[in-house]
Design a protein around this ligand. Structure first.
Ligand code: PEP
Ligand code: MN
Length: 343
């Protein structure tokens, strides 16, 4: 249940409502906005008559949240959440592009990529230092030294950083070097990791699991939010279906569905979603047209020799073309994309 207090409700009135909810067996989470206080009452009480709360002084509105996710739901927060990271307002009017290699491989590779994506109008540099690979014999990432190289390259070009955390034990060492923490598809239901990320104060990009329904995905966001971290960015990256001509099936219908069910920003990763370089630009265009708040794109200075995900990594000129094309789509739907500088 969500209790929206009236604008100007006093502290005493808010506390009286919290006491009443606690007495009826609800756990209460409080969110105080600039205008209004909203109380989230968590607990399954199907017979509880919400009029008991509606009649209390200072209460503006009460609604039941029928979905199993509460903080992530539209009923909890009507307006879209905007998450500010450096120069980007993710979920705002501008479509945020996060781009870079699948994995950080060397100082030269990440420096060249950072320089190129920055010149194309990108504000957030992506790159894995800890890589979840299907084979234990594949390149596993450079670890912290790789992340340090990416941080330095990002700083030189005025970019923010997003990187994946695979293990709860790595959170403390990764955190000072990144601006957004990525949870990979394979870890979407790693509840220990999600709870750990609920305690940090940096945004989390939560990828949809390979086999996850949208509801399961939003429940994973809820795990993080229930621990106190409300800054979640959802990322659709394709799900596993019977189709084999693409690496995954990019479920773009997730964009309007999530928009309806949740206030959280949603971005799309057409690189993992298709797994094939020449399918990335069309699906990026479609994602922006569907209303995605951003894109996560893999690009590499030499995709043929990439240590991971080369076949889906864009050549630099293709990436520039992607930025040009999505700018046109964004403009057509009243949004914008970071400005391409002369390259
Ligand atoms: C990645 O972003 O490089 C990655 C491993 O993604 P996913 O978790 O979606 O497979
Ligand atoms: Mn990858």
């Amino acid at each position: 249940m969500v209790v929206v207090m009236q604008v100007g409700a006093t502290e005493a009135q808010i506390e009286a409502v919290i006491d009443q909810l606690n007495e009826n067996g609800f756990d209460v989470h409080r969110s105080s906005g600039t205008q209004q206080t909203v109380l989230g009452a968590i607990g399954v009480q199907p017979d509880f008559d919400i009029r008991h709360i509606r009649l209390l002084e200072g209460v503006g509105d009460v609604h039941r949240v029928t979905e199993p996710f509460k903080f992530a739901s539209r009923a909890w927060k009507k307006e879209n959440s905007i998450i500010s990271v450096g120069d980007a307002d993710i979920g705002g009017e501008e479509v945020t592009v996060m781009a870079g290699p699948c994995a950080v491989e060397s100082e030269d590779q990440i420096e060249r990529t950072a320089a190129h994506v920055a010149a194309c109008g990108v504000t957030i540099l992506r790159g894995g230092a800890f890589k979840p690979r299907s084979s234990p014999y594949s390149f596993q990432g450079l670890g912290l030294p790789g992340l340090e190289l990416m941080r330095e390259a990002a700083n030189r070009h005025g970019l923010s950083v997003i990187t994946e955390v695979m293990d709860v034990a790595h959170i403390d060492s990764i955190l000072p070097l990144t601006d957004i923490v990525q949870v990979g598809a394979r870890n979407m239901q790693n509840y220990t990791l999600l709870k750990g990320l609920g305690k940090i104060r940096k945004p989390v990009l939560l990828k949809r699991g390979l086999m996850a329904t949208i509801q399961e995905w939003l429940m994973s966001a809820e795990y993080i939010m229930a621990e106190g971290n409300q800054d979640i960015i959802l990322c659709e990256r394709g799900i596993r279906t019977f189709e084999t001509y693409t690496r995954n099936t990019l479920d773009l219908s997730a964009v309007p569905v999530v928009r309806d069910k949740s206030h959280l920003p949603i971005i799309v990763d057409p690189s993992h979603g298709t797994g094939i370089r020449d399918k990335v630009i069309p699906m990026a265009r479609a994602a922006v047209a569907a209303g995605a708040d951003g894109l996560l794109i893999e690009t590499h200075p030499d995709p043929e020799h990439a240590l991971s995900d080369g076949p889906q990594s864009l050549y630099f000129d293709q990436f520039e073309e992607l930025m040009r094309q999505i700018s046109l789509i964004a403009e057509a739907i009243g949004r914008s994309v970071g400005k391409l500088q002369a390259t």
